[in-house]
Ligand binder design. Structure first.
Ligand code: AKG
Length: 198
């Protein structure tokens, strides 16, 4: 272990068949609550419909896609919006902390505890054979659930305000992840997953 680990050092979370690392607070030039407010107000949020097992569903959250290229998942094609100055600044902090380069970001707005994300893997071919995905969260802490596809092992992580979770290696091939609904009333949360689309 590093004797003088700096606050920008991600801590590895040991899991089988993949890489995970966590930083409780990504160093950013503004307070988290200010960033959350700006993301909520300045983003062109969309309520998207996806096709799951042949049936159309309205996603239980709002989304926006910014970057250089379109992104397709669950029968949904997202045309990119350009990076805003705020998203550029957050991307800069993420690239500094992780040493990885990202050209796209998916924003998810969970308005309350009823908003959620079903279990899935981010394993679309355009993310490459070992997708590196940096997930930054603002606002209400939510539980991020990972389930191993083969062993069914479950890992739960509290994604707190300002935190950064890095997913890498073969994680997306071996694990599903998602955000469950909550019976408790919860506040707003915005999550940004930075990706590299090749
Ligand atoms: O909101 C989260 O933490 C999960 C986001 C996610 O799974 C995704 O964007 O693929």
């Amino acid at each position: 272990m590093e004797l003088f680990a700096s606050s920008t050092t991600l801590t590895p979370i040991p899991v089988a068949d993949g890489e995970l690392a966590f930083l409780p607070q990504l160093p950013l030039p503004w307070p988290n609550d200010q960033i959350l407010r700006r993301l909520v107000e300045e983003t062109a949020w969309r309520a998207e419909t996806v096709v799951v097992y042949g049936k159309r569903h309205l996603q239980p959250r709002l989304t926006a896609w910014h970057g250089d290229a379109a992104y397709t998942y669950s029968g949904l094609r997202l045309e990119p919006l350009p990076f805003t100055p705020l998203l550029q600044a957050i991307r800069g902090a993420v690239e500094e902390a992780t040493g990885h380069h990202f050209n796209s970001v998916l924003l998810n707005y969970y308005r309350n505890g009823r908003d959620s994300m079903g279990m899935h893997s981010d394993d679309e071919p355009e993310l490459g054979p070992r997708p590196v995905i940096a997930s930054v969260s603002f606002g209400q802490a939510r539980t991020f659930v990972l389930r191993h596809k083969r062993t069914k092992q479950t890992v739960k992580l509290d994604l707190t305000d300002g935190s950064l979770l890095l997913m890498a290696g073969v994680l997306q091939h071996n694990w599903l992840h998602g955000i469950n609904k909550s019976a408790r009333p919860l506040g707003a949360r915005v999550n940004l997953t930075f990706r590299y689309i090749g």
